[in-house]
Write a protein that binds this ligand. Structure first.
Ligand SMILES: Nc1ncnc2c1ncn2[C@@H]1O[C@H](COP(=O)(O)OP(=O)(O)OP(=O)(O)O)[C@@H](O)[C@H]1O
Length: 736
């Protein structure tokens, strides 16, 4: 007894690969591979991408245009694979790396194809069947709690940048999809009344699915479609939601999810832009503040410089004042010196006056001397006169000598007295003269000394005056030079000061203008920043409201999905009841076509009815026995395919997975086609008999329900021949 559940990963991989090979063989029979093919054989089949494109093109014709078979260059092969991956990504399914197709494990490729098969479910399941394969996918779309989870759950192929999602394959843009869907049809779908979604033709839904109209549809319309489908599914308890509608529902939910992601991304981008702008504005404001501070510092420096210039100016003014004071002092000194010179001149005048007086005195003394001389001469004359008189007297006296001897003696005495007196006077006069002469000489000496002193003083004064005049002149010159230099310096400083002050005035004006413009600019920036902030706030509020609306809608959707599970369970129950009502025991008849070499004219089939009637005619028998009518649940004519035969038994397979016992067996004479019907003439999927198809369905459904149920499948193959049961899978040949 063999079990399909493998314990190891290798077994699982083999089973998966076999599934994929089975599916590919069914879709494209000419590429059929044996089920036990290796990874390398599968890689060889898929590596040029043609088979992958055909896998998509077969159930969805035209989804990949221009990806035909035949000789393909390496670029074409790569293009084919990329196209395939882009469509898979657009469907929101996991992909694989192009490198996986070239080397290494094929597990990711096999997984991708299995999921794709589950999603496409190509032609095996009819429209009435319940496609439970969406259950795990719906679980994947569960409404995320936060924005981050929204982004994480988003289909990566829908990222705005359209970049790889880790496998190095770029996703195509929406323009690469199938031709545009007619907008009218989309509106019809969006405006459908409740209960009419299931009636939408598959072609219309398929057309819409492969267009980009969902991308352009308003979110409210998409939500209306979801609500409509869910309402309809709840109301249609006895029916099921067709696969195409479920696929539409899934597509719509996927679109909403994508929009949520895009919106979240958009909000995040807007936030980043606002933050960047804010940082930019802050840095600009900082730069302006730095500029203002720098300008203030520059101003401060200029003010300091001006202060220094002012101080220098005040120093120069002080120096000028000092110089002026010096000049005044020098002028005063000059005046003093002049006064001194004047006083000295006056003194000199006084001395000259004195000298003049002294000269006058000397003249007076000389005059007195002369008068004394005159007096002496007059005295001498008088004495001569007296002598003459005396002689006259002597004569007379002689005469009177006798008479006058006495008198002569007395006269002699008198004369002697007179001579003594005269000698005394002469001596006194001589003395006086000598005194006068001494006085004159002393006066002369004194005068000479005075003159010498005066001359010396004069010379000194003159030298001093000259020196002072020279000093004064040099000082005046120096002072004039100094004053000139100071004036020049003051002029220079004043000019530079004026120039600098003009420059700084200009700079100040420019700076003021610049500051005003910058302040206006900053005000403008602040205003625009505030308006942008308020816009963004409004925008965020709007998006928050919209996201909360979407959240509540999605919550409703989740609730509806929960209800959908309940309805699904009810539907399953109802389905099994319907199967029971159709009959627990069903008998089908299959008419085998003639084998090669058999005479086709010898057929006994007269009539095959739609409701299971079979009329057999036997030309060898006459009358009633010649024709016999049989009644079956259904009769398959000789042209019925394996799939036709299986289609009626297929619903029963699901009942097996819901816990019902089902037995299908073939009955008939040797060579009637039992083995053909149950097993099929070959392993090609087209030729699969009921067994293979039933097992395939079992595996498919159990795989789709793997997140909900865990099934254990066992296979037993027995043959009952001549009322003896034989185990056909036993290794022991004789075991019964
Ligand atoms: N529907 C059919 N179309 C074409 N060929 C058929 C069909 N059914 C049976 N055959 C052919 O008829 C022959 C006999 O079929 P098959 O072996 O299935 O008969 P059987 O009932 O299993 O015989 P047995 O009881 O001896 O095993 C086979 O060659 C098979 O290919």
């Amino acid at each position: 007894m063999g079990s399909v559940d493998g314990d190891g990963e290798g077994l699982q991989a083999d089973a998966g690969r076999a599934e994929v090979i089975k599916w590919i063989s069914a879709l494209i029979p000419e590429y059929g591979l044996p089920l036990d093919s290796s990874d390398e054989e599968l890689r060889e089949l898929l590596s040029d991408g043609t088979v992958l494109c055909r896998i998509l093109n077969t159930p969805i014709p035209g989804v990949l245009e221009g990806s035909g078979a035949g000789y393909t260059s390496s670029e074409q092969r790569s293009d084919n694979v990329k196209k395939f991956l882009s469509v898979v990504a657009d469907m929101g399914l996991p992909g694989f790396s192009v490198m996986d197709l070239e080397e290494g494990s094929m597990s990711s490729v096999v997984d991708c194809l299995l999921v794709l098969r589950d999603n496409l479910n190509p032609g095996v399941v009819d429209d009435n069947s319940q496609d439970v394969s969406k259950i795990p996918s719906r679980k994947k779309w569960r409404v995320p709690e936060t924005d981050e989870s929204l982004v994480a759950a988003a289909p990566q192929g829908k990222t705005p940048s359209g970049e790889n999602r880790g496998n190095g394959v770029p996703y195509p843009k929406s323009q690469q999809k199938t031709p545009a869907f007619n907008g009218k049809k989309l509106r019809e779908i969006f405006q459908l009344k409740r209960g009419s979604y299931a009636d939408l033709p598959a072609a219309k839904i398929s057309e819409m699915m492969h267009s980009n109209s969902l991308d352009n549809a308003p979110t409210q319309s998409l939500l209306t479609v979801i609500n409509g489908i869910l309402d309809e599914s709840i109301e249609r308890k006895k029916g099921e939601i067709p696969h195409r509608v479920v696929f539409l529902l899934r597509k719509v939910v996927q679109e909403i999810e994508r929009r949520l992601c895009v919106q979240a991304e958009h909000i995040r981008n807007q936030n980043t832009i606002i933050k960047t702008r804010e940082e930019k504005y802050l840095s600009k404001i900082k730069a302006l503040q730095v500029l203002v501070n720098g300008t203030n510092e520059e101003n401060q420096m200029t003010v300091n410089l001006l202060q220094v210039v002012k101080e220098e100016k005040s120093k120069i003014e002080e120096r000028q004042k000092l110089s002026e004071q010096n000049v005044v002092q020098l002028i005063k000194e000059k005046e003093n010196a002049e006064n001194m010179i004047a006083s000295l001149k006056e003194e000199m005048d006084v001395m000259e006056e004195r000298n003049r007086l002294r000269e006058k005195n000397v003249v007076k003394l000389i005059k007195e001397k002369e008068s004394d001389k005159n007096m002496i001469s007059s005295v001498k004359e008088k004495m001569e006169e007296m002598n003459s008189l005396h002689e006259q007297n002597v004569g007379r006296l002689m005469k009177e000598k006798e008479d006058g001897q006495n008198m002569i003696s007395s006269l002699k005495e008198e004369m002697k007295e007179m001579n003594r007196l005269h000698e005394q006077n002469a001596r006194r006069l001589i003395k006086e003269k000598e005194d006068g002469q001494n006085m004159i000489s002393s006066l002369k000496e004194e005068l000479e000394e005075m003159n010498k002193l005066h001359e010396q003083q004069l010379n000194r004064f003159e030298i001093k005056t000259k020196q002072m005049e020279e000093q004064l002149a040099t000082k005046v010159k120096e002072f004039e030079l100094h004053v000139l230099q100071s004036n020049m310096k003051i002029e220079e400083v004043e000019t530079t000061y004026q120039q600098k002050s003009q420059l700084w005035n200009k700079k100040e004006n420019i700076f003021h203008n610049y500051m005003n413009s910058q302040q206006l600019y900053v005000k403008g920036l602040n205003t625009s920043s505030r308006s942008i902030k308020s816009d963004m706030y409004a925008f965020q509020m709007k998006w928050r409201d919209e996201i909360s609306n979407l959240g509540s809608n999605l919550k409703c959707l989740v609730d509806a999905a929960d209800n959908y599970h309940k309805v699904l369970a009810e539907n399953q129950k109802l389905f099994n009841e319907v199967q029971e009502l159709r009959g627990n025991i069903r008998v089908y008849c299959r008419v085998r076509p003639f084998l090669p070499g058999q005479d086709k004219k010898s057929t006994t089939i007269d009539y095959i009815g739609e409701s299971g009637d079979l009329l057999i005619s036997n030309p060898l028998k006459q009358g009633k026995d010649g024709q016999r009518m049989f009644k079956f649940n259904k009769v398959f004519n000789s042209f019925a395919s394996q799939a036709d035969v299986f289609s009626d038994t297929q619903p029963l397979i699901r009942s097996v997975l819901d816990g019902f016992n089902v037995c299908i067996f073939a009955y008939g004479q040797t060579g009637s086609g039992k083995t053909y019907t149950m097993s099929g003439p070959s392993t090609s999927k087209k030729d699969w008999g009921v067994n293979y198809r039933a097992l395939n369905d079992l595996f498919d459904i159990s795989l789709n329900r793997r997140n909900i149920f865990s099934y254990e499948v066992g296979v037993q193959m027995v043959e009952i021949y001549n009322e003896q049961v034989r185990d056909l899978l036993s290794n022991k040949i004789a075991q019964k």
